[in-house]
Design a protein around this ligand. Structure first.
Ligand SMILES: [Zn+2]
Length: 81
């Protein structure tokens, strides 16, 4: 399998915690992201504020530390989808 960069906006990046799960903003460039769901190995992240509030009811998201960006990118790059 090769990377499909033409996939429906969001799904891949969102599942990898690299895009906001609510608005789809690219979180690679964002210093702030909060956990809104998923699993420890595949967190769903979102922008702090309205996006997080939409998903979790709390603008700061869930009380979990987001996986470091570099690790999220590494996992994503290593995925075959
Ligand atoms: Zn957002």
């Amino acid at each position: 399998m090769t990377h499909d960069t033409t996939a429906t906006p969001g799904t891949g990046d969102q599942r990898a915690g690299l895009a906001c799960a609510a608005c789809g903003a690219d979180l690679r460039a964002a210093q702030d992201a909060v956990v809104t769901g998923g699993t420890p190995a595949a967190q769903l992240l979102a922008c702090p504020g309205p996006c997080a509030e939409l998903l979790t009811g709390d603008p700061q998201g869930l009380p979990q530390a987001p996986t470091p960006l570099a690790i999220r990118i590494g996992r994503h790059e290593g995925w075959s989808w």
